[in-house]
Design a protein around this ligand. Structure first.
Ligand SMILES: Nc1ncnc2c1ncn2[C@@H]1O[C@H](COP(=O)(O)OP(=O)(O)OP(=O)(O)O)[C@@H](O)[C@H]1O
Length: 369
């Protein structure tokens, strides 16, 4: 099937003072098909939002991008295939943002126009993106709000009169208006109660089920498990694993030690955080960026592992190995909480590794500690 979006070797670097660089995204490859939801997960600061901003041409002036991100489309008109990284601002503003690529922003308060009511913003988006006639705008705005569980009674409020969760739902309603073939949802459930989380992600899932593509950026692994077809795990700017969601969350589990650690950190599983902290993106090591935190590291990890068969690790768990926590706490759609992926803490020194560690690695670990 032709993907809606095809990303190849996408990198984003920020130029900093003193000639330094922050490598926020590196060598990212993925495809996203119509009808598919890909969940992009990973710790805070790993590059998820920068990736979404790159796809929308919304990076700041100190950013340098490389690679391609082709949004497919027929013919040679405004709906034709376009490389989102190479497109000029006029093309992005007139034919891409909102129309072909929708965004549920991470910071809705900053995204909504402060001086206009939610109703006015929804009606404008409906008029611009769907050509809804003036006489039908009022009813259409109520319906659009309803899609994102935004209360009709708050439509005449300005953004500053909304709670964080209400602003989130207003921004989601706006993002859904254009029925864009590709929707980027960056933390769309922040500040929402579990019931609203489920309603919101179910609506996003419906967007995909109607034949559109959804990139769900989230810390909420329960939300990802609920609606994603595939999961991509990002670490220090790189995708370290992609897997079918049922495999990722099921008995087989992920194969990358970091991805296994993310799941093991869930309260419903082992409640054991991934030890240590992610590296500075301005000072990444040459080899595997996770090695310093990894109980499987060896000398081989000094060479950067490439994503091969869905995993970028020299010591990936074999296919079919059960991840930590499965069988102890049990994780199913109903039993998964919202803790998800947060900034990790430091594990106790004696935290049990998710997998058996070869003796030589364990000895090395002790020496380094
Ligand atoms: N304009 C900028 N200049 C320099 N560095 C930046 C800039 N914008 C983002 N970064 C850096 O890029 C990295 C990735 O940030 P990003 O916002 O994509 O993380 P994230 O994975 O979305 O995190 P979170 O889950 O907290 O939203 C961070 O280290 C951030 O400090």
């Amino acid at each position: 099937m032709t993907p809606v979006l095809s990303v190849r070797d996408l990198s984003v670097r920020f130029r900093m003072r003193g000639g330094r660089h922050v490598a926020a995204v590196g060598g990212v490859d993925f495809d996203l098909a119509a009808g598919e939801c890909l969940a992009l997960v990973g710790e805070s600061g790993c590059g998820k939002s920068v990736l979404a901003s790159a796809l929308l041409g919304l990076l700041p002036g100190n950013a340098q991008t490389a690679g391609t991100a082709v949004l497919t489309g027929p013919g040679d008109g405004p709906g034709a295939g376009v490389d989102l990284l190479a497109a000029d601002e006029r093309t992005l503003a007139r034919t891409v943002r909102g129309r072909r690529v929708g965004l549920v922003p991470q910071s809705p308060a900053a995204h909504l126009t402060p001086v206009r009511t939610v109703r006015a913003q929804l009606e404008e988006a409906l008029r611009e993106l769907t050509g809804t006639p003036r006489a039908e705008l009022r009813a259409a705005a109520v319906a659009a709000a309803g899609r994102a569980s935004f209360p009709a009674g708050l439509l005449d409020h300005h953004p500053h009169e909304l709670s964080g969760g209400q602003a989130q739902r207003a921004a989601t309603a706006l993002a859904l208006v254009g029925n864009a073939p590709l929707l980027l949802a960056d933390e769309p459930t922040t500040g929402l109660d579990r019931d609203l989380v489920e309603r919101t992600v179910d609506e996003l899932r419906r967007h995909a089920d109607e034949g559109r593509a959804l990139l769900l950026i989230t810390h909420d692994l329960a939300a990802a498990e609920r609606i994603a077809d595939r999961v991509a795990v990002m670490y220090a700017g790189r995708i370290v694993e992609t897997a079918a969601a049922d495999r990722f969350f099921g008995a087989a589990g992920p194969r990358h030690p970091y991805a296994r650690g993310l799941l093991a950190a869930l309260p419903e599983r082992d409640f054991t955080p991934v030890p240590g902290m992610p590296p500075e993106l301005g000072a990444l090591p040459e080899g595997c960026a996770f090695a310093a935190r990894c109980d499987r590291r060896t000398d081989a990890c000094r060479v950067l592992p490439r994503l091969t068969d869905g995993v970028a690790c020299h010591h990936a768990a074999p296919d079919g190995a059960a991840p930590a926590g499965v069988g102890s706490a049990g994780v199913g759609p109903a039993g998964v909480g919202s803790a998800g992926v947060g900034p990790s803490g430091t594990a106790p020194e004696d935290a049990a590794p998710a997998d058996a560690v070869p003796d030589d690695i364990a000895a090395e670990e002790t020496t380094r500690a």
